[in-house]
Design a protein around this ligand. Structure first.
Ligand SMILES: Cc1cc2nc3c(=O)[nH]c(=O)nc-3n(C[C@H](O)[C@H](O)[C@H](O)COP(=O)(O)OP(=O)(O)OC[C@H]3O[C@@H](n4cnc5c(N)ncnc54)[C@H](O)[C@@H]3O)c2cc1C
Length: 503
């Protein structure tokens, strides 16, 4: 073991290259800071490289995420590697992405911004001097290295830097600490689009439960569905009941959740599920993977046998990483709440926006709990770690309640936060000041000049789209399904001799 570790120095250090970290690093680089991006995986984009992007628009169909996230969409469109924006009454909008192209464009963006990269590199310790976070220790094939930074951005999704630096965090719901159920997504290929849409048109199938109770909305959807490039599904409950009764559906899931992607024969299945996961415990995560790899063949067979349009479908691709919807949330100078979202609060220090509904995949039950929100702003204070200097965060680990993060977690909203903290960090690092001492007007003017939206140019409701697509009522009836599924469906990792920690 060498006596001293090799040391790297940087102004802005970004941990994690998901939706949040990628845009944070690009924004910091573009704003002139020496920036280093550390990523544990062998590709850039994190979970955003496995999913369609939902929620660029609010329920009035106004675009409320712009700037760098929108530029990412335009780069994909220029390569013919995505859909157009598909407006949607529940999700605002959907944008289907060719994941492989997204990984390529993500790399281009990082290189063009002059950001230095360390791949397959994991943060294992946080450097802290008094109340200041000063960098991290990482490990990779080259061994251990020390990275010193003026400002560190925790975009790990798990709040790893904060947790290892003794910064306060919370995890899961207040009642029992359980987080939203995770899902490893996979794609089915060989789907017959015409047969699939015919199934959607069958009212008995109820392919989209949110829309089904509203005849006017349903009618509008049916008028558009043949030409829609992205079709979001959340329903088919009766088919699943039949398959379960036939002994062919041993998965803790009661709805088909998935998206017909823009590629004509591809469908993304968002249905594997483990109840009771602890995403910061390796034994629990390992157990989740073993369970999920048992679920994937069950689901693939279910689609082929039971779902219209999937008769010739086959397993196309399994995502490279478990989709963790919620993990540690770092406590910041302000904790964003569900009320802030529902009321559409406008903060003085707003730096980005969101409008996606609160979408909680029940931690110990089936289906989801949902609540609609108004277009809301995200304050810089909820992106600055509390009681320390030198640490910002964005994405899943921002400072928000369990309920609020169930909205802010979607990809465009994470990207908007990333652009905000990358820009703030660069401006502060260049001035050699704390982000807390940065003039909010300077930051907001810089973000506005770079196209970001935080409430200045949202404009009037898009009446034409409201007429064509329709709107769900703001208050919807509660969803059905089990709040708590039988304990047999819960994660039993502690009892597993292979993955349980040694005594
Ligand atoms: C199953 C599922 C379905 C979803 N569906 C949608 C959808 O359809 N549309 C949508 O818009 N949103 C969806 N979301 C939400 C959204 O995808 C994520 O919340 C969002 O992408 C999170 O971005 P992030 O940057 O915070 O985290 P991540 O994408 O998790 O990125 C974190 C990155 O940090 C790296 N990392 C972690 N720890 C370390 C470490 N210690 N050292 C170095 N690197 C590290 C990881 O490898 C990863 O690349 C879904 C989420 C899930 C889980």
């Amino acid at each position: 073991m060498p006596a001293t570790l090799s040391t790297f120095r940087t102004q802005v250090l970004v941990i994690g290259s998901g939706a949040a970290g990628l845009t944070a690093a690009v924004a910091a680089g573009r704003n002139g800071a020496d920036t280093l991006l550390v990523e544990n995986a062998g590709f850039l984009g994190g979970i955003s490289a496995t999913l369609p992007w939902l929620g660029f628009h609010d329920r009035d169909y106004r675009m409320i995420v712009k700037g760098l996230p929108l530029e990412c969409c335009q780069r994909l469109q220029a390569e013919g590697a995505s859909s157009a924006f598909e407006l949607d009454p529940k999700c605002g909008s959907a944008f289907s992405v060719n994941s492989h192209w997204w990984k390529i464009i993500a790399m281009q963006l990082v290189r063009e911004a002059g950001v230095r990269l360390m791949m397959h590199t994991q943060v294992v310790e946080t450097l802290r001097e008094g109340d200041r976070i000063t960098g991290v220790i990482v490990e990779n094939k080259s061994g251990r290295q020390r990275i010193e930074a003026d400002i560190t951005l925790d975009c790990s999704g798990d709040g790893d830097v904060a947790a290892r630096g003794g910064v306060a965090w919370e995890k899961g719901r207040t009642s029992d600490g359980l987080v939203q159920a995770p899902t490893l997504v996979f794609k089915l290929a060989g789907v017959d689009r015409v047969g699939f849409i015919a199934g959607c048109k069958n009212p008995a199938i109820k392919y989209r439960e949110w829309i089904a109770p509203y005849p006017d909305l349903w009618e509008k959807m049916m008028q558009r569905i043949d030409r829609m490039n992205v079709i979001i599904c959340g329903g088919y409950a009766t088919l699943i009941e039949h398959a379960r009764a036939a002994g062919e559906f041993a998965v803790p899931q009661t709805r088909i959740v998935g998206v017909k992607l823009h590629q004509p024969d591809e469908f993304l299945v968002v249905m594997t599920r483990v109840l009771g996961l602890d995403p910061t415990n390796t034994a629990s995560v390992t157990d989740a993977y073993t369970r999920i790899y048992e679920q994937i063949p069950i689901l693939a067979r279910f689609f082929r046998k039971w779902v219209p349009g999937f008769e010739q479908s086959y397993l196309g691709e399994i995502a490279p990483m478990l989709g963790v919807r919620e993990s540690r949330r770092i406590l910041g100078d302000y904790v964003l709440t569900a009320e802030d979202l529902v009321e559409g609060r406008v903060f003085d220090d707003a730096v980005s926006m969101g409008a996606y509904h609160i979408d909680i995949h029940r931690p110990s039950g089936t289906w989801v709990d949902s609540h609609n929100v108004r277009a809301y702003t995200i304050p810089l204070r909820s992106l600055i770690a509390r009681d320390v200097d030198g640490l910002l965060m964005a994405g899943k680990c921002l400072s928000a309640s369990h309920e609020a993060v169930a909205s802010t977690r979607v990809i465009p909203i994470c990207m908007g936060q990333g652009q905000a903290i990358g820009t703030a960090a660069a401006l502060a690092a260049k001035r050699k000041i704390s982000v807390r001492d940065l003039s909010i007007a300077t930051l907001q003017d810089t973000l506005a000049a770079q196209g970001a939206e935080f409430g200045r140019t949202v404009g009037e409701p898009n009446w034409e789209a409201i007429e064509e697509v329709g709107q769900l009522p703001f208050e919807e009836p509660p969803t059905t399904g089990d709040k708590d599924a039988p304990s047999s469906m819960r994660n039993a990792w502690v009892a597993d001799p292979v993955t349980a920690p040694e005594k």
